[in-house]
Design a protein around this ligand. Structure first.
Ligand SMILES: CSC[C@H]1O[C@H](OP(=O)(O)O)[C@H](O)[C@@H]1O
Ligand SMILES: Nc1ncnc2[nH]cnc12
Length: 290
């Protein structure tokens, strides 16, 4: 058994969380550069917690420029076991209305200007992301969300776009009608892939803020109305987070879905061909197998 430590990565409009005991903003340095901001650490109901504002306090990093590798490495370095992303998203489904939460379970990654792996020349690894989110952690998010009175949809495909501009009408219709996507955002990739490489359980709580641009009865997406919807729902997100420690417990059994063992057979580079400099950078994310 290991100790549970829950991290929340807060998206647009969510720059801190309240209610943590012994709360303290800490600076974490990583071989991948600085994370988005300091990380708020503390505990809730006897369970270790960490909160990282994805875009930094004051919203300084664009979706392309979020330091995804540093963020995941920093959480791993702090001993985090479970990562919950709380994000704003647009909806492609009439029944996934603004104010609803979607526990995402699949992604289509259309991002193209981001570093997507901790591995590379000198230490090549291939992990599976067939099921990129953790069902055990997603169960807890669903239960906590419903207990908080939130309309929660379990399962959904998230289209990760590069941004920062929103989609054209043609793109929006293609993602919805032909690609079967349910929601759209700009940040869950490569975050989910990197969490898997770092052997962290990852769940995505996508908070619907708008209908993207496909909906004939709604206008174009704009940031002001997105933030207004998000701010109105921030309390719901906080309630969901507060329910998680009791559901997950302080002691943690191995993940039944294998998230915490994702690197077990993933590294292909022969031991004598590995690059010491890259191995040094992998001291947190791949310590278990190197
Ligand atoms: C504020 S509108 C677009 C912006 O909001 C979402 O951010 P996050 O996923 O961090 O909540 C979306 O992905 C875009 O980055
Ligand atoms: N419609 C949308 N497209 C991309 N990212 C979003 N974040 C919130 N709404 C969005």
């Amino acid at each position: 058994m290991t100790q549970t430590k829950i991290a929340v990565i807060g998206g647009s409009g969510i720059y801190d969380i309240d209610g943590l005991e012994s709360a303290e903003w800490v600076t974490v340095e990583t071989p991948w550069g600085a994370p988005s901001d300091q990380i708020l650490t503390g505990s809730l109901d006897g369970v270790g917690m960490a909160f990282l504002p994805r875009h930094g306090r004051g919203h300084v990093h664009s979706p392309t420029e979020v330091p995804y590798r540093a963020n995941i490495d920093a959480l791993k370095r702090l001993g985090v076991t479970d990562v919950i992303s709380v994000s704003a998203c647009g909806s492609f489904r009439e029944n996934m209305a603004p104010g609803d939460f979607v526990i995402v379970d699949q992604f289509i990654d259309r991002t193209f200007a981001r570093e997507k792996s901790f591995f590379g020349t000198g230490c090549v690894a291939h992990v599976s992301v067939a099921h990129p989110t953790c069902p055990r952690l997603s169960d807890a998010c669903e239960t906590a969300g419903k207990a908080a009175g939130i309309t929660v949809h379990r399962g959904g495909t998230y289209l990760a776009m590069e941004g920062p501009q929103f989609s054209s009408l043609a793109e929006s219709k293609m993602y919805r009608e032909h690609w079967g996507c349910d929601v759209i955002g700009m940040t869950n990739m490569p975050e989910a892939k990197l969490a898997r490489e770092a052997e962290l359980c990852y769940a995505s709580v996508a908070m619907v803020t708008d209908y993207d641009s496909w909906h004939p009865d709604h206008g174009e997406v704009d940031v002001t109305s997105i933030i207004a919807t998000l701010t109105g729902n921030a309390e719901k997100g906080r309630s969901l987070v507060k329910g998680l420690p009791a559901l997950l417990g302080a002691e943690r059994a191995p993940c039944p879905h294998g998230c915490d063992r994702a690197l077990e057979f993933a590294i292909l580079t022969a031991p004598d061909k590995r690059d010491p400099a890259l191995l040094a950078k992998l001291d947190a994310v791949a310590a278990r197998v190197l």
